[in-house]
Ligand binder design. Structure first.
Ligand SMILES: Cc1cc2nc3c(=O)[nH]c(=O)nc-3n(C[C@H](O)[C@H](O)[C@H](O)COP(=O)(O)OP(=O)(O)OC[C@H]3O[C@@H](n4cnc5c(N)ncnc54)[C@H](O)[C@@H]3O)c2cc1C
Length: 528
């Protein structure tokens, strides 16, 4: 990686963002590209385009990554199970992207060993062979060799795994990351490349000139004030919500079949250590993970078709029971409802095949789709976090092919994200509690702020809240406690206890209403 001088973090105060948007009101000021949606997909597109030298604006109706992009299993993976379905191209691309992300954001994404325990005589050989193929596909992008483990080696790696009937296991390598942190890093890197990104700014209407999409009518969600954005190209990257914008463009056939996934978080004592547990086939044929993450363990997930598209979906009782029941089959001490520190739900934007008859969402493709409508609206959805960068390249290629943007080469393959500039400290494992180390090369900026020595809870200082307000687009308590720090996702009750003090610091910084009450109400949904 090239050596970079320390770059001072850009300010992201509301006044500056709105000021920049206001300056762009004048119709003579036209953006090359306007992106709607600040999740993995939209942020990836904004960064790719801005780093090609294009004039880019992105609007997000909520906070960045408030949608699906903060609710993933947090794996940077090739997708072993897609290999089982013979989808070699998808796996190979994701494996390439896995190593690209680990290189460009080593403070956010790291390798992780996964162990598949074997209870049947055939399992070690069967999964071992499949995972060796996975290694072979990764080639030079491999993170470590797949190895067969004896019963005692499996026990040593996973001391709390159920021993009754255990024969051995298979260890393989993939990656894990902090999804919301990556989203903020993408936003900030895109801003560093010249893009204007505004959260809490809803695209309420598409604008048309001579039947071609020419911009967006937007509403500031915090003030209700209207803004207009004029752009040569508009990309709809609104995840499971793409069909709403497509409908305004006259596209009535639905593109997305949403499927919800539930995760629950328990204390590290249920799976101490640094390795993750992977169950390739649960009692109903799904994959289940138990993953050490930021000092806790994530259990999940489910795959349940869902028609309504709430920004905060709730878990079904069957999903909670399913995860607890399956975890109990593989762990010596079964987590109970009372052990669950946080429960969160995300909606997968799975792309419907044409003439979809409905059916299990597990069978739907995980690939992304890009469509350019007759009026020039570019819609992208599907895919996964791991491949956000490749998806962005594909979107830009479609825009260029449609004559909406100039042909220019992508630069993101070797573009380090904010915080990734080389430091003398090597990144700490993501199984450790989040802390100053999570800021990578920006640690010293955070450590200089007032309140760096005032710890609100291990891993969260007053200075970090100030940094979130000054440089990471945070406005509300939720932005800090759910996505800059991940406390809501790790321990919802503790997050509630900190809401008042975080709100006070935020208000001091921004002068805006930090919406403490809204956060407390939301956090109730994250507790069982
Ligand atoms: C349970 C689960 C587990 C997953 N696990 C993994 C994993 O381990 N690894 C992996 O690689 N992938 C994983 N994924 C997939 C990955 O999380 C998603 O593919 C990705 O986050 C989708 O990002 P997106 O930007 O398309 O959608 P979103 O993150 O939902 O972003 C869309 C954004 O658009 C905004 N928006 C909507 N309408 C408007 C509007 N009118 N104006 C402005 N903004 C608007 C929304 O507020 C939202 O923030 C998982 C997904 C789920 C559901």
């Amino acid at each position: 990686m090239a050596s970079y001088p320390p770059i001072s973090p850009l300010p992201t105060t509301r006044r500056q963002l709105i000021g920049a948007l206001q300056n762009a009101q004048d119709a003579s000021s036209v953006f090359d590209l306007a992106v709607v949606g600040g999740g993995a997909t939209g942020l990836g597109v904004a960064l790719d385009a801005a780093s090609r030298g294009l004039k880019v604006v992105l609007v997000e109706a909520n906070d960045f990554a408030k949608g699906t992009s903060s609710r993933s299993t947090k794996l940077v993976h090739g997708g072993v199970r897609y290999l089982a379905r013979g989808n070699i191209g998808l796996v190979r691309e994701a494996l390439h992207e896995r190593s690209t992300l680990l290189r460009n954001a080593p403070h956010i994404a790291q390798p992780l060993a996964f162990i598949v325990p074997a209870y049947q005589w055939w399992e070690s050989a069967f999964y071992g062979l499949g995972l060796k193929m996975y290694d072979a596909l990764a080639g030079a992008a491999g993170l470590g060799p797949t190895t067969l483990l004896s019963r005692s080696q499996t026990h040593k790696a996973l001391p709390t795994v159920r021993m009754q009937g255990l024969r051995g296991g298979v260890q393989y390598w993939d990656g894990q990351f902090n999804d919301a942190q990556l989203a903020i890093a993408l936003a900030r890197t895109a801003a560093r490349e010249g893009a204007l990104l505004v959260n809490y700014m809803k695209a309420s209407r598409l604008l048309f000139t001579d039947d071609k999409v020419s911009g967006l009518a937007c509403e500031d969600v915090l003030t209700g004030l209207p803004y207009e954005i004029h752009a040569r190209c508009v990309v709809n990257a609104t995840g499971v919500w793409v069909d709403a914008l497509r409908a305004q463009d006259g596209q009535i056939q639905q593109m997305v079949a949403p499927s919800q996934g539930v995760h629950m978080v328990v204390d590290a004592k249920f799976l101490p250590g640094q390795q993750a547990l992977m169950i390739p086939k649960t009692s109903d044929g799904r994959v289940l993970f138990a993953v050490p993450w930021l000092g806790k363990v994530i259990l999940g997930t489910t795959d349940t078709p869902r028609e309504d598209l709430a920004i905060e979906p709730f878990a079904f009782e069957e999903e909670v029971n399913f995860i607890l029941r399956e975890a109990a089959r593989y762990l010596q001490v079964a987590p109970q409802r009372s052990d669950v520190k946080s429960i969160w739900v995300g909606l997968r934007p799975l792309v419907k095949p044409p003439h979809d008859e409905g059916g299990p969402t597990q069978a739907l493709s995980r690939e992304h789709t890009v469509l350019v409508s007759r009026s020039g609206l570019v819609t992208v959805t599907g895919g996964k976090w791991t491949t956000y960068r490749a998806m962005a390249e594909d979107v830009l290629a479609h825009c260029a092919d449609a004559g909406l943007l100039p042909q220019r080469a992508s630069r993101t393959d070797h573009l380090p994200l904010v915080g990734a500039e080389p430091t003398d400290r090597s990144p700490q494992s993501l199984s450790a509690v989040q802390g100053l180390h999570s800021y990578g090369s920006e640690q010293s900026w955070v450590a200089q702020l007032p309140g760096h020595d005032v710890e609100l809870t291990p891993g969260l200082t007053v200075a970090m809240v100030r940094f979130a307000a000054r440089h990471e687009y945070a406005v509300h308590v939720e932005d800090v406690l759910a996505r800059r720090s991940r406390l809501l996702f790790l321990d919802a009750a503790l997050a509630v206890q900190l809401a008042e003090v975080v709100g006070r610091v935020l208000h001091e910084e921004t002068g805006l209403d930090p919406d403490v009450a809204g956060f407390v109400q939301l956090a109730a949904q994250y507790q069982l």
